[in-house]
Write a protein that binds this ligand. Structure first.
Ligand SMILES: Cc1cc2nc3c(=O)[nH]c(=O)nc-3n(C[C@H](O)[C@H](O)[C@H](O)COP(=O)(O)OP(=O)(O)OC[C@H]3O[C@@H](n4cnc5c(N)ncnc54)[C@H](O)[C@@H]3O)c2cc1C
Length: 379
């Protein structure tokens, strides 16, 4: 988010003085590089769908737009394998409402009967659901390369990167004045964007603000089965919240919420036995062939879960001028970097937004007015 915003700002106004402060430029623990890199048009709220549509436009020209003279082109390895959201009876009405909205906005979306799911996904047990939605434009890519693209281009246009840790934000008379770094340096600025992911509240607390965000560890597993496929299968998202991403051949990546998910800011360890105890059986119910598999590897990352309504919190905090928020993306922040990066730049520069995302304003927290994608399940 930080790199996408910095790029969008400097692109609009090359005279801006922008410092991007990153405590770890390897990004090893940032949520972005630990994400699954998936994007989908399958949302119910129009602004979320529009963000995804703009994301697809950006991805089509990403390599060209992020080109920097003398450096190798960025390849995001974007592949549109499609996403299948499998529905149980409880989820069908929600899915059909979403489909109608997506169609109205020009997205490619279709309903699959259980038998049709099996035709597209031969391993699928058709008795396990009422049907599914298939979004053929949905796909996955390398999050690290998207991040590298934005950061490298922003720097080439004049953004300064400081490898340091922000220890506190400073404000006076209801306006931001700057921030302090671990190195002791003080920076003065009238506009500060807090894009610190799951760590955002540590900074907000220094100016008396706390957002309803919890940092939750989420584990991901790489598994192999004894059947192989020549072409890449769509991503499957099950009604239980578990998902399955085909990597090619007989390799898959899977994950989902587990009872062992816990609030943490620094634990990115993963456990094979958690998969065996919590996720495996659910997978076999939908995909019987997964009763024989090998867990090859795993990793974990941190979700900035917005406990209030599961959606992003975007824009200026109404009580402190110059304090810009871009937080709480829960499980869908990576894909939103294009639209949100542009929107934050527009907010800061007071330009008319190309996509109106004011529905996600932090004012809604103060008004206690949540904006749900799906009240039954935060995504
Ligand atoms: C396992 C997993 C799978 C996911 N899959 C998907 C997916 O398929 N699709 C999708 O759209 N989203 C997915 N997400 C969610 C997505 O990863 C996040 O919503 C998104 O990456 C958030 O980006 P960010 O820039 O806000 O945070 P981050 O990427 O975490 O970046 C925050 C940065 O701030 C830096 N920082 C923090 N505090 C300080 C400080 N005090 N001083 C200086 N620097 C600081 C950190 O080092 C970090 O680099 C997934 C998340 C996880 C954990």
């Amino acid at each position: 988010m930080g790199s996408a915003i910095a790029y969008n700002l400097i692109k609009r106004n090359p005279n801006l003085k922008i410092a991007m402060i990153e405590k770890d430029s390897t990004y090893d623990h940032s949520s972005t590089v630990r994400s699954d890199g998936n994007t989908r048009i399958q949302f119910n709220l129009e602004p979320n769908i529009r963000i995804s549509q703009y994301g697809l436009e950006m991805l089509a020209r990403f390599s060209e737009e992020m080109a920097v003279e003398g450096q190798a082109p960025i390849n995001t390895n974007f592949r549109q394998q499609g996403n299948i959201f499998v529905m149980d009876e409880k989820g069908e009405a929600y899915a059909r409402t979403g489909m109608a909205k997506q169609k109205e906005l020009g997205c490619e979306i279709e309903w699959l009967t259980p038998q049709q799911i099996q035709e597209v996904y031969p391993l699928f047990n058709p008795d396990s659901c009422v049907g599914a939605t298939l979004g053929r434009q949905d796909g996955t890519m390398s999050p690290l390369d998207v991040l590298r693209g934005y950061r490298r281009k922003a720097v080439s246009l004049g953004v300064t990167v400081l490898e340091d840790s922000v220890t506190e934000l400073t404000a006076a008379n209801g306006s931001m004045t700057g921030l302090t770094l671990a190195s002791g340096q003080q920076l003065h600025a009238p506009a500060i964007v807090n894009a610190a992911g799951v760590w955002c509240n540590a900074l907000y607390n220094s100016v008396g603000v706390t957002l309803p965000i919890t940092s939750i560890r989420r584990q991901v597993y790489s598994v192999a089965i004894d059947q192989s496929f020549d072409s890449v299968l769509p991503m499957l998202l099950l009604p239980t919240g578990q998902y399955l991403l085909h990597e090619g051949g007989n390799h898959f990546v899977t994950g989902g919420a587990q009872p062992t998910d816990r609030a943490t800011f620094d634990d990115s360890g993963w456990s094979k036995s958690d998969f065996e105890e919590n996720l495996w059986e659910g997978l076999i119910h939908f995909l019987p062939a997964f009763d024989r598999l090998k867990v090859l590897n795993g990793w974990a990352g941190l979700y900035a879960v917005n406990d209030f309504d599961g959606n992003a919190i975007l824009g200026e905090w109404p009580e402190i001028k110059g304090l810009y928020m871009v937080n709480g993306f829960s499980g869908h922040g990576f894909q939103q970097c294009h639209g949100v990066g542009r929107y934050l730049a527009e907010c800061i520069l007071q330009d008319t937004p190309a996509i109106d995302l004011s529905i996600f304003s932090p004012q809604r927290i103060l008004d206690n007015a949540p904006v749900y994608e799906n009240p039954a399940r935060l995504i």
